[in-house]
Design a protein around this ligand. Structure first.
Ligand code: NAD
Ligand code: UGA
Length: 435
């Protein structure tokens, strides 16, 4: 199969490299010249474990190429994926579909012969219909079928998620496209991944309903964590205890500082807007958004209260800035709201993140960046672990205690056990566990 991927970001690049690894002939297109130049030179513009080797191997084998020139790539393809961003639209929270629609018009002008156009970007119900309308209006002679194929990979484990998905969802209403999509994913369902065909609108809604459900699950356990703190129960045991019920499932029940990232926040918001548009309010999702936003700010207050209340002029070391480990993505990271609320209270911030410090500079101001964990702890009155990178899981706590000016260690990801931290001479505060 000859595949073009429009948009070479987290999803486009990972999907493109994986499809090439399955033997397809893939061209990754992006508007951003710097990104394409970097990729041509073998430099990966994002941090994603395993991606550099996967891209290099497939580029060397001639199955994966990069270009800013959309037209020839599209003209030579059997399948064209749209994997451009769908951020929140400034002001109203609807998904901004301008990149998707611009890509659709570009594709329409370039397409030759029968081509399947696949929306992989997360886009609300009805987007497939609009993509089809744009293509037919721009090029009435185009022989195309428009399909929706949402992506469920997670950053940080994107390659494994793409290659071994729980399911592949394909929304279409056309038999020719069904055959093509079956060929595209043949290596995956030979890997036992169920391929689910459904209508286009249903596929669009599956993506949002899935993300909203996961966001609700996290938010639920976060509220239970608050209750555990008040009642002396242990949230990790509660999560284990409920998660062992197969109807609930144990995944995504880790209490923390609130969910962040480039997807849950914007997708829950967009789903609420769709509900409003169709006069079907989604109250659980609305409340999830509200509770999660409040939680991120509450984490700042939790830190301040752990330090005794008056923090003006104090220094806090931060471990982890990205929204989760194994990514350099700072979009909607909980660290942003937490650090801002601490800065508002007059605190000086010294932060360290293994991969996210460069990206963090565009999201945060007035932060001192440290060379490593111990440098972040140096002279700090308190140390706050926000992102559970593996590098933070077995710290030399005694060395940290010696480096710090104060002795408060706040673990917002429940990485440590109270006893080991207190043995090192630190006061330990975590999430939803007995004090
Ligand atoms: P991203 O911002 O990392 O990448 C998007 C890329 O598209 C950018 O490089 C941009 O320059 C390029 N682009 C925009 N318009 C273009 C055009 N007309 N032609 C060529 N290139 C163009 O975004 P992402 O994180 O990869 O997300 C893409 C979509 O996938 C979103 O809808 C997102 O919700 C969804 N998604 C993301 C993830 C994830 O983990 N990041 C997972 C599943 C689904
Ligand atoms: C999420 C979904 O997991 C993917 O299936 C989906 O494809 C993607 O969004 C998307 O649509 O873009 P991602 O945002 O990369 O993937 O990362 P997650 O692992 O889901 O984490 C999201 C946030 O939830 C992070 O801030 C993480 O720390 C938080 N989280 C996750 C918790 O606080 N507790 C948990 O138990 C799990």
């Amino acid at each position: 199969m000859r595949i073009t991927m429009i948009g070479s970001g987290y999803v486009g690049l990972v999907s493109g490299a994986c499809f090439a690894d399955f033997g397809h002939d893939v061209t990754c297109v992006d508007l951003n010249e710097q990104k394409i130049e970097a990729l041509k030179a073998g430099r990966i513009p994002i941090f994603e474990p395993g991606l550099e080797v996967l891209v290099a191997d497939n580029a060397r084998a001639g199955r994966l190429t990069f270009t800013t020139d959309l037209a020839p790539a599209v003209a030579n393809s059997d399948v064209v994926f749209i994997a451009v961003g769908t951020p929140s639209r400034r002001g109203d929270g609807h998904a901004d579909l301008s990149y998707v629609y611009a890509a659709a018009a570009d594709i329409a002008r370039a397409v030759k012969g029968f081509t399947v156009i696949v929306t992989k970007s997360t886009a609300p119900v009805g987007t497939g219909d609009e993509v089809e309308r744009i293509i037919r209006e721009t090029n009435p002679a185009a022989d195309v079928v428009v399909v929706t194929n949402p992506e469920f990979l997670r950053e940080g484990s994107a390659i494994e998620d793409f290659k071994r998905p729980d399911r592949i969802v394909v929304g279409l209403e056309d038999d020719r496209a069904r055959e093509v999509m079956t060929d595209v994913y043949r290596p995956l369902y030979l890997n036992q991944a169920p391929l689910m065909f459904t209508g286009r609108r249903t596929a669009e809604l599956i993506k949002y309903a899935g993300n909203a459900f996961l966001a609700m699950k996290i938010t639920f356990i976060n509220e239970i964590a608050d209750l555990c703190e008040r009642t002396g129960a242990n949230v990790q045991d509660v999560a284990r205890g409920i998660g062992m019920d197969n109807r609930i499932g144990g995944k995504f029940l880790n209490a923390g500082p609130g969910y962040g990232g480039s997807c849950f926040p914007k997708d829950t918001l967009a789903l609420v807007k769709t509900g409003q548009d169709f006069e079907t309010p989604l109250r659980l999702v609305e409340t999830t958004i509200e509770v999660n936003d409040r939680r991120k700010r509450a984490m700042g207050r939790k830190v301040i209260s752990a330090m005794g209340g008056n923090v003006r002029g104090k220094t806090i070391g931060i471990l982890g800035l990205t929204f989760k480990p194994n990514t350099d993505d700072m979009r909607d990271a909980p660290s942003i709201a937490i650090i801002q609320s601490l800065q508002d209270a007059g605190v000086r911030i010294r932060a360290y993140d293994p991969e996210g410090m460069e990206a963090a500079k565009t999201f945060l101001s007035g932060v001192d960046y440290a060379a490593d964990v111990y440098d972040a702890a140096s002279g700090a009155d308190a140390l706050v672990l926000i992102t559970e990178w593996n590098a933070f899981r077995s710290l030399d706590l005694k060395r940290i205690e010696q480096a710090m000016a104060g002795n408060v260690f706040i673990d917002l990801r429940n990485v440590y056990r109270r006893k080991e931290v207190e043995t090192a001479g630190l006061n330990y505060v975590s999430i939803g566990r007995p004090q």
